[in-house]
Structures are given as structure tokens and as C-alpha cells.
Design a protein around this ligand. Structure first.
Ligand code: COA
Length: 572
């Protein structure tokens, strides 16, 4: 079928839906729902058999939904209505939630139901639930709904609150007053409020007499203080006392003025000197402390395998974060283990250099330069590791240099269903570094490498495996995925030919180095990046600004290239 997406953003949900539907043979076009006019024009241009809205904040114009079946992916259980579905589910402590695919009609979210899939809730932020349980449920429901529509026999179910399985209700949009924090409340309650608004819009609160939106909540088990006081800082985050303990907050956004001057950055960057009397309470990455607290990097060891976790908010890696991770990696290499597993965050593995921290720097060009060197230094250590076999384990999606970071390891595994964007061009024609000119062609045919980077292709895990970008993808959820990675890593450490594998890796690296030194790849890439960062006519700074300030695109057409013609035949 010809399917047209009308979507507020071609975000993680929309990209995943695109990949799922094209993989089963549908022809999908994407229109950003900037306004009624753009939506109507897109429908006229594409003449779709079906319209799908994977993430839509606007109503579809009547002239469209009266003439075409429009399936809306709504992140709520049957009967739930309103724009703050997941927010209310988290704040009210729902134990079960769901995604419903319903038909656009006169009343918002009240159309006939085509499919609905429920899931168990976890103690996680709205964006984390959205990127995991909600996305998985949405894909199941959407594929079922599209299949039902295509077969033409299914009669969608009118919304009827008297049915026992219709348990949702109409919820008003959540306001800041609904989430307002009283710091004498429990840690659990405050964390729930922050998580209900993370990643957007954040909970508005006062710190040192000024207004900020709060993001990135982590419960703390040991530190205590006067409710509301900022009692500690660590790795960019601040810790505030609550009624029964304390909570870490990793990111803040100053309340915007009329010019929308502010964006989300690490809390200590925003508060600066105001924190001069607040103690830094470090926690070493290899400290065996097992209670609840905030740590971005931590290490554990089992059966000859070292697991190095790095969970950076939004997968963005600043100069400081790259340096800390590199030092932790070097330290992990000194341990008497055989395999190192690099485990990125559950939301994102990595999205490359930290564009928000760069934007906030006094000289964004200098900070871009420092950041790219820092991520390159980290990657060089991984590529040149001779003492261990290294596995990259991607539970979450990855973009730009973050994908290339994964390729530095000897084995690359991913959770089934994540989305990979191994390209830089979309960020103001950024050339990219991270040794991509070495690492990408090492895994995929050169014409595919060219297609991926030049045409900004998003890849699902099936395709990523088929083209050789990654080795394997598995797991229906994070738990299943991580368990299998541990099994694979421990088996690798026990292999009788482990020594041979390590030796082969050393020889291959030496041979690669002889053909072209790693340093030369870096110099050539950085020469182009220097131009991107420092040339007055570079498009990168403007593109980064638009990304960081979330300036809406002005063009509704999303051009998507396909690499299917270059794909090898599937192995049967
Ligand atoms: N630096 C800072 N923040 C980043 C980031 C980066 N490199 N990459 C993503 N983010 C943030 C986004 O601003 C967004 O923030 P918010 O939800 O807290 O407001 C969040 O991560 C999720 O990103 P979003 O773009 O909504 O996710 P997506 O799944 O739709 O798209 C990407 C994923 C990777 C395609 C997209 O985020 C992207 O293009 N990122 C930039 C990658 C890049 O150019 N890196 C620099 C070169 S190495």
C-alpha cells in the first residue's frame, strides 16, 4: 500500500514505524504536520491508500479524515483521551498502560479503535517508557491495524465506555500546577513528578530563588538534608534533599523569556557559581556501592568479563564525559579479565558529541573541537586495545558519531528494534570524525557506506545486520537483550581459541595500520571538521542552533532514501 505519515516530528517512533512498514513492502512517504495546508498538499501529492500519524500534536483537517482512513497512534489505553496520556499514567502510578491505534474523527482521540496493546509500567521517565514499552506496543498495534485495514474485512470498534476493557478516560492537558513539587514530599513522589515531564516539558521549580525546569531524576539512598536544599553535586548533577531522603537532578533549563533563549544543559553548568558552597561528592566508577544514587559511568565484573556502563542523558557525550569514559575504559583494561562489554544507556547508546554543551560554551567552535578530540581519543583506545576482546552492546538507538563509536569494538550487538543513524550530514553538512572513514568501510561495502553517509539513511536492526554494520540483533526487551549479551560475552571469554582470536585481532590491526595509519584517518577527518567548526560560511553552527533550540522545520517534506537496491539477498 501507499502509506503517508502525517507526523509532528520524524522522531524515534516515526522512524521505527517507517522501517517496520517499509520492511514488509509498503511504500511510505513522510510529511511533517507543520500546518493544515502542508498536510492537505501532501495528501494531494501522494494520493495514499492509508494515512498514519505516528506522533501528532495537531488535529488532522476534516477534508482529509472524511476522505481517507487516518490511523492515529495514541500513547494511551483504550478510552484514554487527551494530550498528556503518559504524563498522567506516570503521575497517577498506573500499573498498566498501553498504545491504541484509532481512527481520526470529529472528536480528538474518540474515533473507532483499530488495535490496542497494553504493557506493564516501570519506574521510568516518560521518554524512556516512550522509547521502549510504548514504541514496542505501538509497533504491534500499528502492524495489526494496517494489516486489518489492508484485508478490508475488519470493522473497527467504536469507543464505548460501557465495555469492560475500555478503562481509560478523558484527561485534561497536564499543567505545571499538577506536577508542582513540595520538597517535603517523599523522594518517590518527587521522582514521579519529574519523570512525568521528562524529556518535555520538565517540572518548573525554584532553585536559589530562580525558575528552572528539572530533568533527569535519580533517587539517592544515603545523602540527607533540609527539604529543598541543594546538598551535593556530582558529574554535572545536583542533589536536593526531600522529605525522606534526596534526589539527584542531572539537567536544568532556565525558564524561557519571550525570546526562547534557554535550552537544557547539565545542572552544574546552569547554576555555576551559585554552587560554590555545595560539596562535590564523587563516586568512583568502580566503587561497588549498590544502593540508589546517580552515576553515569560504572563498572562490574563477572566470569572474566568487565561490563563498563555509560548512561549519558540523551546519549550526548561532552568533552568531560568522553574523557571520564576513556579513563574508566583504560582502568578496565588493567583488570585481569578477557572481554570488555561497553554498555550505553537504555534510551540511547550514544548520539555523539554534546551539541547542547557546545551551544552553551563561550566558544562553540572551540568546544566542538575539544569534544571531537575527546571522543576520538576514546575511540582510538578501543580500536587499539590489544589486551581484551571488546563488545559494543547497544540497548538504545544511536546517531552520528555514536554509531561509529560502537563500530570501534570487535563485536557489535544491538537490541532488536533500535534505530541507527550512521551519518552526520544532517547537522549542517558536518563531515564527521570518530575515525568513521576507517571504521565504516571496515564493516560495510564502500557503496553502502557512501549511501548511508551521503543520504542520511536511518537503519533498522534487520537491515543493519544484513549489510554487516552490526553482528547481531536480538531481544524483545532490554532485560532479554542484556541477559543474552552476558551469555555471549562469557562464552567468548571461555572460548578455547580465545588466544587465537586475540592474536588475529592484533595482526589485523597491525596490517590495517601498515596500509594506512589510524592517525592519518584522524588528521584527514579533522581537517574537514576544522573547516566545519571555524569557517565563516559553515552551516554547522546554524544547524546546531536550530537543533538545540528545537526550531521547527519550515519544510514539511521529509526526503527518505532507501538502500534496498544495494542490499544483499537475505540468507534463507
Ligand atoms: N547532543 C545533545 N543532545 C542531543 C544529541 C546530541 N548529539 N542528540 C540527541 N540529543 C537530544 C535531543 O535534543 C532530544 O532532547 P530532548 O528530548 O531532551 O529534548 C533527545 O536527545 C532525543 O533526540 P531526538 O532528536 O528527539 O531523537 P530522535 O530519535 O528523533 O533522533 C537522532 C535521533 C540521533 C537522529 C537525532 O537526535 C540527531 O540527529 N542528533 C544529533 C546527532 C549529531 O549530529 N551529533 C553530532 C555529531 S557526532
Amino acid at each position: 500500500m501507499r502509506i503517508l505519515f502525517l507526523t509532528t516530528a520524524h522522531n524515534s517512533m516515526s522512524r521505527r514505524a517507517y522501517l517496520e512498514l517499509t520492511e514488509i513492502g509498503h511504500e511510505v512517504s513522510v510529511c511533517l504536520a507543520i500546518g493544515d495546508c502542508e498536510m492537505i498538499q501532501a495528501v494531494e501529492k501522494h494520493g495514499p491508500d492509508l494515512i498514519v500519524a505516528p506522533m501528532l500534536k495537531k488535529a488532522i483537517p476534516e477534508s482529509i479524515w472524511r476522505n481517507y482512513t487516518c490511523l492515529i497512534v495514541h500513547p494511551g489505553i483504550k478510552g484514554d483521551r487527551g494530550p498528556s496520556s503518559l504524563d498522567w499514567a506516570i503521575l497517577n502510578g498506573a500499573e498498566e498502560w498501553g498504545v491504541t491505534v484509532l481512527q481520526a474523527s470529529e472528536e480528538m482521540d474518540a474515533g473507532d479503535i483499530w488495535a490496542s496493546v497494553n504493557f506493564s509500567m516501570r519506574n521510568a521517565s516518560k521518554s524512556n517508557l516512550y522509547r521502549h514499552e510504548a514504541t514496542e506496543a505501538a509497533m504491534k498495534a500499528l502492524l495489526q491495524a494496517v494489516d486489518r485495514f489492508e484485508k478490508g474485512e475488519y470493522i473497527p470498534e467504536p469507543l464505548d465506555y460501557s465495555k469492560p476493557d475500555v478503562k481509560g478516560s478523558l484527561h485534561v492537558p497536564m499543567k505545571q500546577s499538577d506536577r508542582a513539587i513540595d520538597w517535603s514530599e517523599s523522594t518517590e513522589r518527587i521522582a514521579r513528578k519529574i519523570r512525568s515531564a521528562d524529556s518535555q516539558p520538565g517540572v518548573l521549580d525554584q532553585i536559589f530563588g530562580e525558575s528552572y525546569y528539572l530533568y533527569g531524576a535519580h533517587e539517592e539512598d544515603i545523602l540527607k538534608g533540609q527539604p529543598g536544599d541543594v546538598i551535593a553535586r556530582r558529574d554535572g548533577a545536583i542533589c536536593r534533599a526531600t522529605g525522606d531522603g534526596a534526589i539527584w537532578i542531572t539537567h536544568l533549563k532556565r525558564k524561557s523569556d519571550a525570546h526562547n533563549t534557554y535550552f537544557k544543559v547539565p545542572a552544574t553548568t546552569v547554576l555555576g557559581d551559585k554552587l560554590k558552597d555545595v560539596p562535590e561528592i564523587p563516586l568512583a566508577f568502580d566503587d561497588s556501592y549498590a544502593g540508589r544514587t546517580y552515576r553515569e559511568i560504572w563498572y562490574e565484573e563477572h566470569n572474566n568479563v568487565g561490563y563498563l556502563h555509560f548512561d549519558f542523558y540523551n546519549g550526548a557525550m561532552s568533552t568531560d564525559q568522553c574523557n571520564r569514559l576513556r579513563l574508566a575504559y583504560l582502568s578496565a583494561l588493567k583488570r585481569d579479565t578477557k572481554v570488555i562489554v561497553l554498555i550505553g544507556g537504555s534510551d540511547f547508546w550514544s548520539n555523539g558529541i554534546h551539541l547542547n554543551v557546545i551551544e552553551a560554551a563561550e566558544s562553540p567552535a572551540d568546544e566542538s573541537w575539544n569534544n571531537i578530540h575527546a571522543i576520538n581519543d576514546l575511540i582510538r583506545e578501543i580500536v587499539t586495545t590489544e589486551s581484551h576482546l571488546v563488545i559494543s552492546s547497544m540497548q538504545g538507538s544511536a546517531g552520528a558519531g555514536g554509531v561509529i563509536l560502537a563500530l570501534a569494538a570487535d563485536f557489535v550487538y544491538a537490541r532488536k528494534g533500535i534505530v541507527l543513524n550512521p551519518h552526520y550530514k544532517g547537522m549542517g553538512s558536518l563531515y564527521g570524525s570518530e575515525y568513521w572513514t576507517y571504521l565504516l568501510p571496515r564493516r560495510v561495502r564502500s557503496e553502502i557506506a557512501q549511501e548511508l553517509t551521503e543520504n542520511c539513511i536511518s537503519l533498522g536492526t534487520n537491515t543493519a545486520v544484513r549489510i554487516g554494520l552490526i553482528d547481531e540483533a536480538f531481544g524483545e526487551n532490554v532485560y532479554e537483550y542484556c541477559s543474552k549479551v552476558s551469555v555471549l560475552a562469557e562464552k567468548l571469554a571461555q572460548r578455547t581459541d580465545y588466544g587465537h582470536l586475540l592474536e588475529r585481532k592484533r595482526r589485523m590491526r597491525m596490517e590495517d595500520e601498515r596500509i594506512k595509519p589510524l592517525e592519518q584517518y584522524r588528521e584527514e577527518e579533522l581537517a574537514k571538521m576544522h573547516e566545519n567548526f571555524y569557517s565563516p560560511d559553515s552551516l554547522y553552527h546554524e544547524a546546531r542552533k536550530r537543533f538545540v533550540y528545537k526550531i521547527c522545520p519550515t519544510c514539511s517534506e521529509v526526503e527518505i532514501y532507501n538502500i534496498s537496491s544495494l542490499l544483499p539477498e537475505p540468507v534463507l
